[in-house]
Design a protein around this ligand. Structure first.
Ligand SMILES: *Cc1c(COP(=O)(O)O)cnc(C)c1O
Length: 399
């Protein structure tokens, strides 16, 4: 299929045409360098960046000067985790995180371990939730930082970050949350949640790829993080480099749009997800819906298809663009660490499909995708039901 139905909005989203429209003048017409506001070109670019900073701050209840623009949530997570640990190295050597974090969190945490920090990786229950009490118990006198994601990118589970924020606040420990999946889908307020550091990615919320932000709580006592990139001192010295003005404008407008639709769009996504789930459950027996039944990201449905070869399944579902519960890392397909962490077998993790419904998904597309998936899965079930076929591989359709 040349143009499968796009149901992979948790992997990335298309740029909203309104976002693109706002970005375009900043490539050719208003191309100035915002760091050089001694003439009108730079001034206009600088004004646009500051406008976007207000839009980003506003969606999370922050102040504009607490927003640092980065290249995306991967960089934001690295800056938060490495930056905080290096800043407070003299005070402690311990960080706490969970087993279901994105690799953009687990990566810098592994790096801290190599640098001699101690790391506690908390497990989760079968719905993917970490226990706040578990976080409290893990904290020691040497703990510097707790990092727990807001919403999981594979199964959609929301973490109890309000409770974790309160615990960290009481113990005087920095709290970082990766909100790349959550922003624009659930209400987030950094004051209410008491987070100190929060990561944002534009391309998960209908903005462009290659830009994001880190919220850094300003506490009056200097920054809580050290920079990872040295140079011209942009972004209060926390992230040197000429600012990508069109991308930043896009991120700002993406935040504005998400904010404008926050009371209606999540309900629509939730309804489409219910529709998809009910159709799948109606057409197939023995499905497993992963994640938490209520504390869940709207639009994301993670489904396990027991007793089916996951590789055959993903290759057979050629008319829809979805993700498999396994990803290619260094050349081999490994079952997802998140799905293993909630207790799935390797086989069920591989036979798990993530449906990601987004802003441009229609009810017709959802209905088609559900009926199509039921048809393909039934066909594979028939093939697998024949034991003599079990040992042989299902032929994978080409293309
Ligand atoms: C996509 C994603 C990231 C990485 O964001 P980039 O902007 O692509 O670097 C990090 N964390 C989570 C939870 C994500 O979903």
């Amino acid at each position: 299929m040349d143009n499968p139905i796009y149901l992979d909005n948790n992997s990335t989203t298309p740029v909203d045409p309104v976002v693109l429209e706002a970005m375009l003048p900043y490539f050719t017409k208003h191309f100035g360098n915002p760091s050089n506001a001694t003439h009108a070109h730079g001034e206009r670019a600088s004004g646009a960046v500051e406008g976007a900073r207000e839009q980003v701050a506003s969606i999370i209840g922050a102040r504009p000067r607490e927003i640092v623009f980065t290249s995306g949530a991967t960089e934001s997570n690295n800056l938060a985790i490495l930056g905080a640990a290096r800043r407070y190295r003299s005070r402690g050597n311990h960080v706490v995180t969970t087993s279901v974090e994105h690799k953009a969190v687990l990566g810098p945490i592994r790096e801290l371990e190599r640098e001699g920090f101690l790391v506690t990786v908390l497990g989760v229950d079968s719905t993917g939730r970490v226990s706040p009490q578990g976080v409290a118990d893990a904290i020691t006198e040497r703990t510097l930082l707790v990092s727990v994601m807001t919403a999981n990118n594979e199964i959609g589970t929301l973490q109890p970050i309000d409770e974790i924020g309160r615990i960290c606040c009481e113990r005087g420990i920095l709290f970082h949350t990766d909100a790349a999946q959550a922003l624009g889908k659930i209400h987030i307020d950094v004051e209410m949640l008491r987070v100190d550091l929060l990561s944002i990615s534009a391309h998960k919320m209908y903005g462009p790829k290659g830009v994001g932000a880190l919220y850094v709580r300003s506490n009056g006592a200097g920054s809580s993080i050290e920079s990872l990139v040295y140079g011209g001192g942009q972004e209060n010295g926390l992230r040197s480099g000429t600012l990508p003005v069109p991308n930043i404008v896009g991120l700002g407008v993406a935040c504005q749009l998400a904010c404008d639709h926050l009371t209606t769009e999540p309900l629509r996504l939730q309804e489409l997800k219910r529709r998809l789930r009910d159709s799948l459950l109606g057409g197939l027996q023995n499905l497993q819906i992963h994640g938490h039944p209520s504390e869940h990201l709207p639009g994301l449905l993670s489904v396990g298809f027991p007793a089916i070869d996951g590789d055959a399944l993903i290759h057979s579902l050629s008319e829809i663009a979805v993700s498999q519960g396994a990803s290619c890392s260094s050349g081999s397909f490994e079952p997802s660490h998140v799905l293993l962490a909630i207790g799935l077998s390797d086989d069920l993790a591989r036979a798990t499909i993530r449906f990601g419904i987004g802003r441009f998904t229609t009810a017709e597309e959802v209905d088609y995708a559900a009926a199509y998936t039921v048809r393909i899965v039934r066909r594979l079930q028939d093939l697998f039901a024949d034991r003599s076929l079990k040992a042989t591989r299902i032929p994978v359709p080409q293309g």
